[in-house]
Design a protein around this ligand. Structure first.
Ligand code: SF4
Length: 445
């Protein structure tokens, strides 16, 4: 639990000296509780109080990072159970397995297939974040050799998966500059695995089959000097796994139970691509920090990435595109000009329909704070003034020699006022932009 102002007050010197800029220690404590002041502003606070306040104000779920700068995966630091309470911070990292039984061309081919799982959706690049190298061979040498190959052949982050401390030590030594995540320490191997993690500066996965065992295991790993931990609760089926993940999240966030205050990893490698897709989407919804998959089928991976994208966007901030004039194809001074709002989904739907018309065009994107055409119009964010101002701001009149503006059919009601505000002829486009190619072909051409 976060400390209250009174809890903090008890730890302050209570001299009311005002050096912090506040009239009293109580006022300072209240400001600190509301994050309006910093502890450093009080020069007289004791070291003991500093320690207590720092520990109490640590986030309930620790941030864990693995990988290097260009492929870094960041997990944890979540603060709420439900997205609508605020937002979720660090998106689930989808990870695909590579077996260390593969060698030569087979290994390279599999790594290439995983590397290729990158997509673009509504203008945002999304993709698989890591490769999980599995020690199927049981051999330390094969594991270490395959780890070195993956490191050289992929820009993705790396997770080393073995229950053998010897194999882990061999593979971690070959890849430590990539800062792999080491999976996993069990209650039986906690000290040995923690030693490997500490020596190589890597975070570690703690794996156990009950919440009690997992809590005991993280304490053991911490006592061995490793603070960066990811949790893997082993459950008999998906339903139990979802329940366990929810309990762990509630214990970490609501009860501030530190032994479980870490992000999680779940394996959804059983079954075919369809089964993995169904499991993964459930796990993404219920708090998995990492989901490990076996499939490299793009048709299965893309919906999982879409689920991650949707759940981890800020619910109070629609996905937006930059307001400006977009050129579709190679438009010239005779090309059509149309406008829409900066809500990503609206813009990319229109862009795709204009592209399919094969008529090079200009699309003016008006800043409506990421709302769609009708929402923006009803909220008065899209009106004759905002459109006219955007036309001036982005120099639309300099792009074409005609003075015709195509407007979305849903806001046909704006025509008159817009014509007055811009002195352009207003052409009302179709209501559904899927009809735009036909409209452009028939009306513009
Ligand atoms: Fe109290 Fe510290 Fe502020 Fe002085 S500087 S009033 S001791 S909180």
């Amino acid at each position: 639990m976060a400390l209250t102002g009174l809890d903090i007050f008890k730890l302050l010197p209570k001299t009311n000296c005002k050096k912090c800029g506040m009239p009293t220690c109580l006022a300072f404590a209240m400001a600190l509780a509301q994050k309006r002041a910093k502890l450093e502003d009080c020069p007289d606070v004791s070291e003991e109080a500093k320690g207590k306040l720092a520990a109490a104000s640590a986030p309930p779920m620790r941030k864990i990072v693995f990988g290097t700068q260009e492929n870094q995966v960041q997990l944890g630091q979540e603060t709420v159970m439900f997205r609508h309470e605020e937002k979720f911070y660090n998106p689930t990292a989808l990870t695909v397995t590579v077996s260390d039984k593969l060698t030569g061309e087979d290994l390279t081919k599999r790594i290439k297939a995983v590397n290729a799982l990158q997509f673009e959706r509504i203008g945002i690049k999304i993709g698989v974040k890591a490769i999980a190298l599995i020690n199927d061979s049981g051999s330390s040498d094969s594991f270490a050799q395959a780890a070195a190959t993956v490191k050289d052949a992929s820009n993705l982050a790396l997770i080393l998966v073995t229950d053998s401390p010897d194999a882990m030590a061999a593979a971690a030594a070959k890849t430590k500059e990539s800062v792999p995540l080491l999976a996993s320490a069990t209650p039986d191997t906690a000290e040995e695995m923690a030693k490997v993690a500490k020596e190589n500066g890597c975070p570690i996965v703690a794996k156990a089959d009950s919440l009690d065992a997992l809590a005991g295991l993280t304490e053991k790993i911490k006592a061995a000097g490793v603070e960066d931990i990811v949790l893997n609760i082993e459950s008999p089926d998906l339903q139990s796994q979802l329940l366990n993940l929810s309990k762990m999240r509630a214990l970490a966030l609501k009860k501030v139970f530190r032994p479980l205050g870490y992000p999680t990893v779940s394996f959804a490698t059983d079954g075919d691509a369809d089964t993995q897709l169904a499991s993964a989407v459930s796990l993404i919804c219920k708090y998995a920090g990492i989901v490990v998959l076996d499939t490299v089928e793009p048709y299965a991976i893309l919906p999982m990435l879409t689920a991650v994208m949707n759940i981890y966007t800020d619910p109070q901030k629609p996905v937006q595109v930059e307001p400006k004039v977009y050129r579709i194809g190679e438009p010239n001074e005779n090309s059509p000009v149309m406008f829409t709002t900066n809500f990503s989904l609206t813009y990319y739907t229109l862009e795709s329909d204009v592209e399919s018309s094969r008529i090079p065009s200009y699309i003016l994107v008006v800043d409506t704070e990421g709302t769609s055409v009708l929402t923006a119009y009803s909220g008065d964010k899209l009106n004759e003034k905002t459109v006219a101002d955007a036309m001036t701001k982005y120099g639309v009149a300099d792009l074409v020699k005609h003075r015709k503006l195509i407007i979305p059919g849903y806001v046909a009601v704006m025509s008159g006022k817009l014509e007055e505000a811009t002195n352009w002829e207003i052409m009302v486009g179709p209501r559904e932009c899927s009809m735009l190619p036909k409209f452009l072909q028939e009306v513009w051409n």
